[in-house]
Design a protein around this ligand. Structure first.
Ligand code: PRX
Length: 641
């Protein structure tokens, strides 16, 4: 398989970019033709950002799994689609060929059908990083059920909220998941999430850790039993088949919840055709994938990066995707390098947090590891600092692997701004140039475009690309408000950016109340709501502060009038409360008890001041005259942790 839409020189990039802007319909129509359609589209694009309403490949019909699996079978059937590296390096690696993937996905689609799941039903997936997670995702897509994958670090309460919001009827989970030395009891978290739930009819449980689980009659069934039963239904005389549901281009493919500046996470909805074209196009071009190469994206499938660059993008391109169950530091900090060496990984795509954390172990873990198979390196999820960039370049890429710094979001489905490996130039800490089809611009606070270079401002995008968010599940108005109402006729990213003389973009971070902790998005309002649920808490304010490894840490200022005694024990109670309500990923790193918060006369908390305190500033708080009680600022600064 070769890629007719792979841009290979800087001139081709420029030509592709120009055409994508002057004739977007011609440009994307030409690319979409290289996929498999059950019925061709009638019009490439219809859109307005007012509602918003975006339709790509109007009235086209397809199934994404035929594009990710079936169409490769004739040529790549016995080639690896997924290489699974288990948590424990002593355990057997599993190589899933395209033929095997086809069989498993057909089987699981049959399981869903046997259990009454229909097109459009919402299926929640809460699993560890096992190949069965990919089968579950693709099995849903095969029958047109909408998957909602929830990351294993979310608590029962978070799952319960998401089940309710999506009105999910079916859950796929594991008994437990391995993470380094730990076993996370996933099914038991699901059991807690289901207390009081009225919509879920069936829970299917894959055995991974053989952790004791409660299996409720009439509701819970074992994956293994169901798959065995389905096998004889989909395989007749050695031929495997399960008809792929014919989907409209704009039918929803999945929901993925993400945090915003309000308290409740939003269910970002992506649709079938645009998502497929966008993830495949960006995968092939940003990473300059060559047939036969091994692509290792270290993200979890519970986040958008895993959806787009472990599952859908690579498979749509007929690539080999490495799926890693474990963590970078177990059994030791050489784990990634060991994987690269053993599997001859060609492309490594990870987060700056992981790089910074591994840098901290020095060069010893690299000893004896052959990294010569590496050709391309990538980063995603947060700004990369210069030191980490150079370490990655020098010690992992040995100065010969282009690094792509890929900027994008859950809402964008795939990469929007990045250099194309070895094709367009990299610039440390810059995501650099937009992908074809992407028109970034910077605006000032009043929504006026900041023209010319260099420039700084809030990052917006002018017109739709195929992977743009379609709606927020069950609440379209929320989608309009969050992304399309701040600036007229523009998609607002929530990020601030700089643009240099050559037009390269550097993303400086969120300009809204969203934190980025280890590349994970967490809303300050969400954490505050959780802290405020603690019985002893009167009020709280949460801000981010620079953290050497995580990028940002969570700093909470809390007015506490609860139980007296050991403040550390009280802090731990608050942390535990957050962990219960959201999950371990949202635990505050620091909790400072304060007597008051810096509020304006109208009662608004001046976060700017709290951010300065959290960053370690002890004076220079700017204008505090509008505060109700300016003296509180000094007290807070004096009590900084
Ligand atoms: O602030 C930007 C940051 O991560 C946010 C999106 O988070 P999420 O939806 O969880 O998706 C993460 C994986 C795509 C963005 O608004 N971000 C993402 N990539 C970069 C980045 N910041 C700087 N540089 C990047 N390469």
């Amino acid at each position: 398989m070769s890629y007719p839409y792979q841009v290979q020189t800087i001139d081709e990039y420029k030509a592709a970019y120009d055409k994508s802007i002057s004739d977007p319909e011609g440009f994307w129509g030409d690319i979409a033709r290289h996929f498999q359609w059950k019925k061709p589209w009638e019009k490439v694009l219809e859109w307005n950002f007012k509602e918003p309403s975006v339709k790509w490949f109007v009235n086209g019909r397809l199934n994404i799994t035929e594009n990710c699996i079936d169409r490769h079978l004739a040529t790549l059937g016995e080639k690896p689609a997924i290489i699974w590296e288990p948590n424990n390096p002593e355990e057997r690696v599993r190589v899933v060929t395209y033929n095997r993937l086809h069989k498993r996905v057909c089987q699981f689609a049959q399981v869903l059908r046997n259990n009454g799941v229909k097109k459009g039903d919402r299926v929640c997936i809460y699993m560890g990083m096992v190949p069965e997670l990919a089968y579950a995702v693709l099995g849903c897509a095969r029958i047109g059920a909408i998957h909602s994958v929830i990351f294993g670090g979310f608590s029962a309460q978070s799952i319960a909220d998401r089940l309710e919001d999506a009105q999910a009827t079916f859950i796929v989970t594991c008994d437990g998941a391995y993470r380094g030395e730990k076993v996370i009891p996933l099914k038991s978290v699901i059991d807690d999430a289901l207390v009081g739930n009225k919509t879920v009819k069936r829970v299917i449980v894959y055995t991974r850790t053989r952790t004791a689980v409660s299996m409720i009659k009439g509701r819970d069934v074992w994956w293994e039993d169901e798959m065995e039963h389905a096998e004889s239904q989909v395989e007749k005389e050695g031929v495997v088949s399960f008809p792929a549901e014919e989907m409209d281009a704009e039918d929803p493919l999945f929901i993925l919840y993400t945090s915003g500046s309000t308290g409740k996470p939003k269910g970002v909805v992506h649709s079938c055709a645009g998502y497929m074209v966008w993830t495949a196009y960006t995968f092939v071009n940003v990473f300059q994938y060559q047939p036969g190469e091994v692509h290792f994206c270290t993200a979890d499938i519970g986040w958008i990066t895993g959806h787009s660059y472990i599952v859908y993008g690579p498979l749509a391109a007929g690539a080999t995707s490495l799926l890693f169950e474990g963590i970078p530091t177990w059994p030791d900090a050489g784990r990634f390098w060991d994987i690269v060496d053993r599997h001859k990984v060609n492309i490594l795509y990870t987060a700056p947090t992981a790089i910074r954390s591994l840098m901290g172990f020095g060069l010893e873990p690299l000893q004896g590891k052959d990294l010569s198979s590496l050709r391309i390196l990538g980063t995603v999820g947060e700004p990369i600092n210069e030191e980490a960039w150079h370490w990655y370049d020098e010690h992992i890429g040995k100065g010969r692997c282009p690094i792509v710094d890929t900027w994008w979001q859950t809402e964008t489905a795939g990469i929007l701004i990045s250099n194309l490996a070895g094709v367009t130039p990299a610039k440390p800490t810059y995501a650099t140039l937009p992908m074809p089809g992407v028109q970034p611009l910077l605006v000032d606070e009043n929504g006026v475009e900041v023209k010319g270079n260099p420039a700084a401002g809030n990052l917006c995008i002018r017109a739709p690309w195929p992977g743009i968010i379609r709606t927020t599940y069950g609440d379209h108005e929320r989608c309009r408000q969050a992304y399309f109402s701040t600036y007229e006729d523009l998609y607002f990213t929530g990020d601030g950016a700089l643009r240099d003389e050559q037009g390269n973009y550097r993303i400086t971070g969120r300009v809204d109340d969203v934190l980025n902790v280890s590349g994970h998005r967490i809303g300050t309002a969400e954490v505050e709501n959780a802290i405020n649920m603690h019985a002893g808490v009167v009020e709280s304010a949460v801000v981010g502060y620079p953290h050497d490894i995580k990028g940002q840490g969570i700093y909470a200022f809390v007015i506490y009038q609860g139980r007296a005694g050991d403040p550390d024990a009280n802090r731990k109670d608050i942390v535990q409360t957050v962990s219960r309500l959201i999950g371990p990923i949202a635990k505050p790193d620091k909790i400072q008890f304060v007597s008051g918060l810096p509020k304006t006369r109208s009662g608004k908390i001046m976060r700017r001041i709290l951010r300065k305190v959290a960053e370690g500033e002890s004076s220079n708080f700017g204008d505090t005259t509008t505060l109700l009680d300016p003296a509180v600022v000094e007290q807070i600064a004096a009590g900084r942790l």
